[in-house]
Ligand binder design. Sequence first.
Ligand code: ADP
Ligand code: MG
Length: 249
Amino acid sequence: MLTLAGVSRSFGGVYAVRDVDLDVADGELRGIIGPNGAGKSTLFNVIGGQLAADSGTVTFGGTRIDRLPPHRRAALGIAVVFQGARIFRGMTALENVMVGAHASFDSGFLSAVLRLPRHFRAERAIRSRAVECLERTGLADWADRPAEALPLGQQRALQVARALCGQPKLLLLDEPASGLRAAERERLSVLIGQLHVDGLTMLLVEHDVGFVMRLVDRVTVLDLGAVIADGTAAEVRADPKVVAAYLGK
Ligand code: ADP
Ligand code: MG
């Protein structure tokens, strides 16, 4: 589904992502781990289109996407929940999710959110899809609450709901569990596991290595922008390069 070949990106002459090859199969849940500054978020930005690669190719579902702007990649089915993403304050949980539908509803989206009459039908379609996304993420009871009133765990689920509302084929999650308490973390883990069972292809970056290892099919380890290991959780844990660069610290 997703293939990166020789992807590099540097800032001021220093590689943030270095010659990365990555192959993610349809339906796979892939973990991406590595120490702070390893290039994980940069890699997500290069896949989502927020940052251009300096070299290499990114192919999604057989289409070269590395020159496309972010909204075109979103329309093809790539959704990113960015590290530290904020909810929209002053909107309800439902309205937050409705904003996520813009990737697949092209016309008059804002008018639809503002409930102008000529976009009534689009608004209704978006609303019913948003309700489904809230249900899917366990947030149905929070729909009409102001988003900022949701506990942090539910705010993270809301980010996922918003991404799902664009009906992505590939979902990138950058440290979705950071700052969550154990019970919230567990609930998020169950949600990601359920999306995996549903067949959604995902890349998961998480600081908590245990969280990643329990969930994913395979893990890719980055260090100083480069892939130093790639395999099952057990293979990666036993890899001396990984232990030296990361797990052993
Ligand atoms: P990670 O997400 O693995 O912690 P990042 O992708 O955020 O790592 O960062 C990788 C490297 O690239 C770091 O050295 C960081 O300082 C640098 N970097 C990331 N984004 C920028 C930017 N916009 N400008 C300059 N340097 C950046
Ligand atoms: Mg990061």
